[in-house]
Design a protein. Sequence first.
Length: 212
Amino acid sequence: MICNLCRSNAASSFKTLDNKIYWSCGVCRCKYLDEFYFVKREEEERRYLEHNNDIKDKAYRLFLSKLSDPLKEKISPCSHGLDFGCGTGPALADMLTQDGYKVSLYDPFFYPDKNVLLKQYDFVTCTETAEHFHNPYKEFNRLDGLLKPGAWLGIMTSFLTSDDEFENWYYRRDPTHVTFYCEKTFQVIASQRNWKCEIKSKDVVLLQKNYG
């Protein structure tokens, strides 16, 4: 079976849970839901509208600072970035804008202007988005194309720390979450694209595009 994420020929059946089939890759260690069980686009959008992503919510902004703080150590003042998959309330973009950065927005449901995908950026953020990727190999290639040489990609998603936790893991139970990562997964993603990979903390990774 070809892995959805790294395209190696190392994916195999992992578990059947709640009458849904999940796959596991022996190379990148990702887990992913069989595409037969993906929810329809309308249901996916309804689920996102249930999220309470208030731009001004202090707790939410504190949560996002786990990514923004280490990212700001890497990027120059006045850099131009893209918040990829920003959702209904682009709080991270608001935080970075207040710190002097320019941030464009893209979300296939709520900010669907594809013109922003025709440019390259000094940084790209992707918070609580990568777990929704139906075709992660394609999406990470697209993210690579959005990065200038030397640019940084900041990702926040809940890491799976043990296969034994998967069945009862709250993250799996969201019907729009279809791809699940661990630290090894991001190391493989980076290696395939000649990126630098820094795991900054649990659930936060920074990836830098090569200058060459």
